[in-house]
Design a protein around this ligand. Structure first.
Ligand code: ATP
Ligand code: MN
Length: 140
C-alpha cells in the first residue's frame, strides 16, 4: 500500500500525518511525503527572490514530517516540488500509482467559512485514488 501524504506544515496537515501512519502500519505500507512550494504565477522577476525561501520552507516541513514518520517505524520517501499544490499532488499521485492520498481538510489559511480548503477541493475532484480528508478538532 502506497500512501501520498501532502503537507503544508499546518496543524491540520499534522493531524493527517497521524492518520496516514495508522493506515501505513495496518497495511504494511509506505508513505510519500510531498510539500509543494507554491509558485505565484502573478509574480514575474520577483518570483526569483521568493523561490528559494519558499523551497527552503517546504523542505523543512517535508523533512520534519518524514522524520516523524520514520520514528514511528514506517518506510518513508520525501519529495519537494514547485508549482500549483493541487496540480502537483494529483500528478504525483498518478505518477506514483498511489492507493490513497491522506491530507487535511484545511491548511494554513484555514478559513472557517469554507468546509474544505481549495487545495483539498481540487484534489478530490481530480485524484486518481481514494482521498482521505482529516479535520482538526473543533476546539482547536
Ligand atoms: P486555502 O489554501 O484554499 O486558502 P486552506 O489553506 O485552509 O485553504 P488547503 O490549502 O486546501 O486549505 O489545505 C488542505 C490540505 O492540503 C492541507 O492540510 C495539506 O494536507 C494539503 N496542502 C495544502 N497546501 C499544500 C502544499 N503547498 N503542499 C502540500 N500539501 C498541501
Ligand atoms: Mn492552503
Amino acid at each position: 500500500m502506497k500512501i501520498l501524504y501532502p503537507t503544508d506544515g499546518s496543524k491540520t496537515a499534522k493531524a493527517a500525518l497521524e492518520f496516514a501512519v495508522d493506515i501505513a502500519k495496518a497495511q504494511n505500507g509506505k508513505i510519500i511525503v510531498l510539500s509543494v512550494a507554491e509558485k505565484i504565477s502573478s509574480l514575474g522577476v520577483e518570483w526569483r527572490e521568493m523561490e528559494k525561501p519558499l523551497i527552503d520552507f517546504a523542505n523543512d516541513f517535508a523533512h520534519q514530517a518524514a522524520e516523524e514518520i520514520r520514528k514511528r517505524g514506517v518506510e518513508v520517501e520525501e519529495k519537494v516540488e514547485v508549482g500549483k499544490p493541487a496540480e502537483v499532488i494529483v500528478n504525483i499521485a498518478k505518477k506514483e500509482g498511489v492507493d490513497a492520498i491522506v491530507m487535511g481538510t484545511h491548511g494554513w489559511t484555514g478559513l472557517a467559512r469554507a468546509v474544505i480548503g481549495s487545495v483539498a477541493d481540487k484534489v478530490i475532484r481530480h485524484a486518481p485514488s481514494a482521498v482521505i480528508l482529516v479535520p482538526t478538532k473543533v476546539e482547536d
